[in-house]
Design a protein around this ligand. Structure first.
Ligand code: HEM
Length: 374
């Protein structure tokens, strides 16, 4: 009985921007409106995710930054921040490019058959996690090792040094996002054409076309950037931001009257609800990356878009994953055209857990575009 996206949309449709539920004796409040998001994440600076979340994650992700208790969290966050310093990120580009090539090589093997892109992207993201964040030498990973074997070996190793938690946060999210982005592009060929055209403009059409992307190249990929942002608007891969109300709070759901949420309640901020409010994103169900191409002056709310969270406990890997996603997609899209094998309804049919999980694997067909390395 997974809790699905549909179920939550139904509750939102029926009850509005604040929904009260009881889980046993515990009061749980679902939050959608950006005024309340601001109040919870920025004004009140709530950082405690609660024992339920800590305990749910513990069996498969150990204890780490995501689910550490609020008391110890500040010190751990301070210690981990330098790993993601923006000056280090440029040094990760080459590794991300190797990841993009690995995925492209795996996709080419499918020879146009319907393919789930999630497994090869997850393998690439795990490789990249090891070579960048852990600083593990590539040569330590035997060439012929199967993806599943590698995942199991990495799991064993990392759980012993307690970074398992970071690995779960940093690899599944990226691979699910790449799967959604490529499927949305397959379903919207006009945006796929726009991305291909931009890649030609930036990388040229000669022998150099398939080169490793530099930071300057990536900065020029504005269409691709907008495609990633729009993908994360519709499908923010971390679907729930849990917070314990450590004080009484007045929330409004965007209406003039406020209601009291008592201290101790568990708040679920749900970005996919916020991202589909029509007053902030007109025609919200439509995949339309141009929302992020145009300058949206004053219309939007500062807290209406939060795929990486907001405030002190936002995503520590925000810059890292933006770069990784862009390199993977730039590498893959220069080598393939994608045709749809799943429908938009299949994308919406997903379960809520640590990340969004499509209930049926989403598939695309990858047609090589020709050229030396495809
Ligand atoms: C598409 C990619 C990603 C998305 C959409 C994403 C999203 C998020 C969100 C929304 C949060 C905040 C949750 C909350 O407020 O309760 C978060 C936290 C976190 N993310 Fe990410 N993330 C991504 C990639 C990554 C990567 C690549 C890493 C690390 C390599 C990472 C590590 C973390 C960690 C450790 C936290 C917990 C931070 C804390 O509690 O202080 N994430 N992520």
């Amino acid at each position: 009985m997974p809790v699905t996206l549909h179920k939550v949309f139904d509750l939102h449709h029926q009850y509005g921007n604040l929904v009260r539920l009881y889980v046993g004796p515990m009061l749980l409040v679902m939050v959608a409106h950006p005024d309340d998001v601001r109040h919870i994440l920025l004004t009140s600076k709530l950082v405690d995710r609660g024992t339920i979340v800590t305990n749910l994650l513990r069996p498969f992700a150990g204890v780490g930054l995501i689910n550490i208790d609020a008391r110890r969290w500040k010190l751990h966050r301070k210690l981990i921040n330098p790993t993601f310093h923006s000056e280090l990120l440029e040094g990760y580009l080459e590794a991300f490019h190797d990841g993009g090539l690995f995925v492209s090589e795996r996709l080419a093997r499918a020879r146009g058959a319907a393919t789930d892109v999630h497994p090869p992207v997850l393998s690439a993201a795990i490789h990249n996690f090891c070579s960048t964040i852990i600083g593990m030498n590539h040569d330590l990973i035997p060439d012929g090792m199967a993806g599943e074997e590698l995942s199991a070996a990495v799991n064993d190793g990392l759980s012993t040094v307690q970074v398992m938690n970071l690995l779960v946060a940093g690899t599944e999210t990226v691979s699910v996002t790449v799967g959604y982005a490529l499927t949305l592009l397959a379903l919207h060929p006009e945006w796929q054409d726009a991305a291909h055209q931009e890649l030609k403009d930036v990388f040229g059409e000669g022998d150099d076309y398939l080169r490793a992307p530099s930071l300057a190249d990536l900065g020029r990929l504005r269409v691709l950037e907008s495609i990633i942002k729009e993908t994360l608007r519709l499908f923010p891969t971390v679907p729930i931001l849990p917070r314990v109300a450590t004080e009484d709070l007045w929330l409004s759901g965007g209406s003039p009257a406020s209601v009291l949420v008592p201290k101790g309640a568990l708040l679920f901020v749900m970005p996919f609800l916020t991202h589909r409010l029509p007053q902030f994103f007109p025609d919200p169900q439509r995949f339309d990356p141009s929302r992020f191409l145009e300058d949206r002056v004053g219309k939007e709310h500062t807290c209406s878009y939060l795929p990486f969270g907001l405030g002190a406990r936002n995503c520590v890997g925000y810059q890292y994953s933006r770069l990784e996603l862009k390199v993977y997609l730039a590498d893959i899209l220069r080598r393939f055209r994608f045709l749809p094998c799943s429908r938009r309804e299949d994308l919406e049919n997903c379960a809520l857990s640590l990340s969004l999980n499509p209930i049926k694997p989403i598939r695309v067909s990858c047609m090589p575009l020709g050229g030396p390395s495809t």
